[in-house]
Write a protein that binds this ligand. Structure first.
Ligand code: SF4
Ligand code: SF4
Length: 410
């Protein structure tokens, strides 16, 4: 690696060194408590998948270039040169970590390996070694935000086609718009994925966002692109003067909007929180007889452990079934599905790894004996469906919001 490339990468490294990151990089005592916490290590048993081992790859570069001892006497500080081989190690560490933060809740110091991996991801972008498809997808989202007028007609045409489904499924009141778009002063801006699979008509004065929720900038670990993609929705919410932005079933999009949008004149909620609220307020009612067999729920890491939404899905589920089987361990310590951090977005390329690294998740689901496995994140849904096929789990994988929509009494 030439000096100019190394210097540029070290500048990127430096840009991540805030107080919290410095604490994470300087604090690990190698106590080993996090060893069994990572689903990848628990499923595959390879040392390179222990959280502290992954972090050590970044930490050694930190010692080499940002600590006096590493600069003077590398072998003492276990410092390591930033070379092409180090970049390969960074890739292996970062793209086998889903950012689930299960290790963090076990670590006595709360060391956030996902944050440390964000340095690895940024260095990979700087070295042009990140998965190109994630950058392309992030760029497409940004382009859509900048020149939305070009996409608007196609978007509105797609909505018209979806409207027919909505009208067929739920009888609309006279004069009611099935899927309202661009409504000034709406109570709620609903940010869907590519298609709105969980629209509950008339539950609120709402409007559908022009933009999809998913944030590929966050998956690839690019802070600038993450912010640009996020800002599309923030600006739309401000333009329409909405009171609330509701993020559909996309865990990363929810966490990014909730934690990175800053102070805004609207509140941020997940669709699960909104449905729980509608039920509490009596604005919707559900038919409990729709479901056959026992049901379990997978807590998406970004919505539950990292977003704090754990009670709401359970509140909804009591209106869907009398036979709910909780997974063990409980939500805060729930096993990651193994699809986060951009791994599901990388599709077939990561399928073999995703299956091998998530054996513990498959075992956890099977142990409940449930026939229906529901969740609240698109990534999790895809990964759990893949696991279901791979491990022949014999469950039906469902979106919680779709189950609410299907059980709706109007
Ligand atoms: S639990 Fe925390 S302190 Fe212990 S090895 Fe893991 S990251 Fe380091
Ligand atoms: S954040 Fe999750 S995937 Fe990454 S090291 Fe920790 S437990 Fe493993």
């Amino acid at each position: 690696m030439d000096q100019k490339t190394r210097d540029d990468l070290l500048q990127l490294f430096q840009s991540k060194l805030n107080e919290a990151m410095t604490f994470y990089l300087e604090t690990c005592t190698r106590c080993g408590v996090c060893t069994e916490a990572c689903h990848v290590y628990a499923s595959m048993g390879q040392v390179k998948y222990i959280a502290a081992y992954r972090a050590e790859i970044v930490r050694r570069l930190y010692k080499k270039y940002f600590k006096a001892r590493g600069k003077v006497w590398p072998s003492v500080g276990e410092a390591k040169e930033l070379t092409e081989m180090a970049v390969e190690e960074l890739f292996e560490a970062a793209y086998s970590c889903t950012g689930c933060r299960r290790c963090m809740v076990f670590c006595p110091f709360g060391i956030d390996t996902q944050m440390i991996m964000s340095i690895a991801k940024l260095l990979l972008i700087g070295a042009n070694a990140e998965p190109e498809i994630l950058t392309l997808l992030a760029d497409t989202s940004i382009t859509k935000g900048k020149s939305f007028e070009l996409f608007k007609e196609g978007f509105l045409g797609g909505i018209k086609r979806l409207e027919a489904d909505v009208v067929q499924k739920w009888k609309m009141e006279a004069g009611e718009t099935a899927i309202p778009v661009d409504v000034q002063g709406a109570d709620l801006l609903y940010v869907a994925l590519a298609g709105a699979h969980s629209i509950i008509p008339a539950a609120a004065n709402w409007t559908l966002s022009f933009f999809e929720a998913v944030n590929f900038g966050a998956f690839v670990g690019d802070p600038t692109k993450t912010k640009l993609i996020l800002d599309r929705i923030v600006n739309e919410a401000k333009r329409l003067n909405v009171k609330e932005v509701c993020i559909c079933e996309c865990g990363t999009a929810y966490r990014v909007m909730k934690q990175l949008a800053g102070k805004q004149p609207f509140k941020v909620t997940s669709i699960t929180e909104v449905h729980a609220r509608y039920l509490r307020e009596g604005r919707i009612k559900l038919d409990k007889t729709k479901l056959n067999g026992a049901m379990t729920y997978h807590d998406p890491c970004q919505i539950a452990r990292n977003g704090g939404v754990m009670d709401e899905p359970r509140y909804i589920i009591q209106y869907l079934t009398d036979d709910f089987r909780e997974m063990t361990p409980d939500p805060k310590y729930n096993w990651c599905c193994g699809g986060g951090g951009g791994l599901v977005a990388l599709g077939e390329d990561t399928l073999d790894f995703r299956m091998k690294s998530s054996r513990v998740k498959a075992d956890q689901v099977t142990a409940t004996g449930a026939a229906v496995l529901t969740t609240a994140c698109e990534n999790c849904h895809t990964q759990l469906s893949n696991l279901n096929d791979h491990y022949k789990m014999g469950v039906k994988v469902e979106f919680l919001s779709s189950m609410v929509a299907d059980a709706l009494l109007r």
